[in-house]
Design a protein. Sequence first.
Length: 184
Amino acid sequence: MKISKKQLEEAKRIVRYYGRDILASKRFERGKHITHHGVTTVSRHCFHVAVQACLFAGKAQEREFSVSMRDVVRAALLHDVGMTEKRVFKSLSCKKAYTHPWMGGKIAAEEFGASPIVQDAIRHHMWPICVIPPRHLAGWILILSDKTCARREFRKCKESRRKKAGTVSKISTCTLGSSKDAPT
């Protein structure tokens, strides 16, 4: 999906509009100090996933699919909020894949008043690792956006390791805008 700078800026504006309370929260602030996927933070990753989800949801709406941009943005910003919970953060890496979606759904409901659609998207965003798929289009958009951004982050991590080892890679390290655009 080719996107223009104008589309990217509009997506970021939408994310900041629907997620202003989340972006300003102590919980999101905590995520700025937790490394995620080796090259980013939980908060930066969630912001990039929200921007990507906004772009995918816009395409779905253009094709007359019914999806709430607000639900998509809020689910994306909160999808890894469970990683900020101390007992999840300190758990084994493989266990996090199962525990953080459920903890995240609970936190989203209790601290941010997340709708049932947002909770469902968060709880099932690790599909197919978590075997129950989401029930709503917002959840499928979140899965696609999360996997897209995670792939970029892992490529970036792999490339930085190759550079440290002294080899050059031709793998693209594109991200959704520059790091200065994401919350730090």
